[in-house]
Design a protein around this ligand. Structure first.
Ligand code: FAD
Ligand code: FES
Length: 380
């Protein structure tokens, strides 16, 4: 077994619990739900908040990968624990899960993480607006059920964009939920290529979102949840702002962790002889260090590192307790400032140009690339 495979398995065994797939459900031609059995002695670890996600450690042939999936269930509304995976063309993890994992198989799953949902004060006649596209429905479905169940004064409004009728994940379940909650839930679909004639045909653009808000927004106590491709979230956010919804009430979750290679190349710092995006002191000579320093919760620690694995993994292996969540470059929980030396990430990921200029790195993606590295988690 290669060293990297050994390290993957070591970390997997430290951070995950094997969960048995109790049921696999085909939702659409290219989306499958996986309902997990949680062993009685692990129930505490798998308690969750609506809108959280889990990270799966998967071994696909000789490749070892981590992929995050949002829970589509809500702790207040549902008794089961379920994710839904939409197949991505050419995608390693999603196609492995869809084609090779079945009921009775076990998958290594981390306890739930994430902070997408921030419930408003209950009993204040809040209007929750949800904008989802494709598989972006998963955390939205969870949060929508949670708000409707736990706050009887809340109303929910969902605009759900899909290609056509056959690709609407949870189509029947949504209709059931709508019946259950009556006029407290308003649901509108937008189909880019409907099979049947539809009033709501075409791309879900800013004009469509504004029409939805015009029809339904009657309160100032609004919170919005957006999940889908970047363009979809941008136009939804822009429309919401034009309707007076402040930025702090617009919450977004992005599923895509890597920006296109072309954009990354133009935005990144010079890569010198290193492959990827270099962050920190670009003038520091490239080396493969054996130690780094880190500042975590006010403590300065020095740990052994392996230049081939992420700084976050080296810190966890050394028994430290750095902040992290997805381990997949998606949530920014593991961000730290490189105050001395330099690190390298394979790509820009979700970091902005401002992050890179400020020497901020995602430590779950960054490998050490010089001597005298200091990583500060406390002062961002
Ligand atoms: C917090 C979080 C929650 C997520 N929740 C869900 C969920 O509930 N359901 C779900 O199906 N997915 C979800 N994802 C996305 C998921 O983690 C994987 O990225 C996705 O399944 C693709 O993985 P893959 O291994 O099949 O593709 P890869 O082998 O990683 O990528 C193959 C190609 O597809 C592109 N790609 C990767 N992801 C996407 C995407 N989402 N849409 C379009 N193109 C993509 C890549 O750029 C690459 O070109 C979530 C991601 C995050 C970060
Ligand atoms: S742990 Fe989520 S981005 Fe690093």
């Amino acid at each position: 077994m290669s060293e990297s495979a050994e390290r993957f398995l070591e970390l997997r065994d430290k951070l995950t619990i094997p969960l048995k797939v109790a049921e696999k459900i085909q939702e659409t031609p290219d989306a499958y739900s996986f309902r997990f059995d949680i062993p009685a002695d692990q129930k505490g670890k798998f308690q969750y908040r609506a809108g959280q996600f889990v990270t799966l450690f998967l071994s696909v042939g000789d490749k070892h990968i981590r992929r995050s999936y949002s829970l589509c269930t809500s702790p207040s509304h549902d008794s089961h624990f379920q994710i839904t995976v939409k197949q991505v063309e050419g995608g390693l993890g999603s196609n492995y899960l869809a084609n090779q994992i079945n009921s009775g198989d076990s998958i290594y799953v981390t306890p739930p993480q994430g902070t997408f949902f921030q419930q408003l004060e209950r009993g204040q006649d809040a209007q929750y607006f949800f904008f989802a596209a494709g598989s972006g429905i998963t955390p939205v479905f969870s949060i929508m059920k949670e708000t409707l169940t736990t706050d009887p004064s809340a109303k929910a409004f969902l605009l759900f964009a899909n290609r056509d009728e056959d690709h609407i994940i949870y189509k029947d379940l949504l209709a059931e939920i709508q019946q259950k909650f009556g006029d407290r839930l308003t649901l509108e679909h937008q189909l880019s290529q409907p099979k049947q004639p539809s009033d709501n045909a075409g791309r879900c653009d800013e004009t469509r979102v504004k029409k939805f808000l015009e029809a339904h927004k009657t309160s100032d106590n609004v919170q919005a949840y957006l999940c889908g491709p970047d363009g979809f979230m941008d136009c939804s956010a822009s429309a919401l702002k034009q309707f007076g919804v402040s930025e702090d009430r617009i919450r977004t979750e992005s599923f895509v962790t890597v920006i296109p290679a072309e954009a990354a190349a133009t935005e990144s710092a010079p890569a010198e002889e290193l492959d990827g995006v270099v962050i920190g002191d670009l003038s520091a000579p490239t080396t493969k260090p054996s130690k780094i320093k880190a500042i975590i919760n006010g403590q300065s620690v020095e740990v052994d590192v392996d230049p081939e694995i992420s700084i976050l993994e080296s810190l966890i292996n050394a028994g430290q307790n750095p902040p992290y969540s997805c381990m997949d470059g998606a949530c920014m929980a593991c961000m730290a400032k490189v105050t001395s030396g330099k690190v390298v990430q394979d790509d820009h990921g979700i970091l902005t140009d401002e992050n890179v200029e400020a020497a901020e790195t995602l430590t779950c993606q960054a490998r050490p690339a010089s001597d005298n590295i200091v990583i500060d988690y406390d002062n961002l």
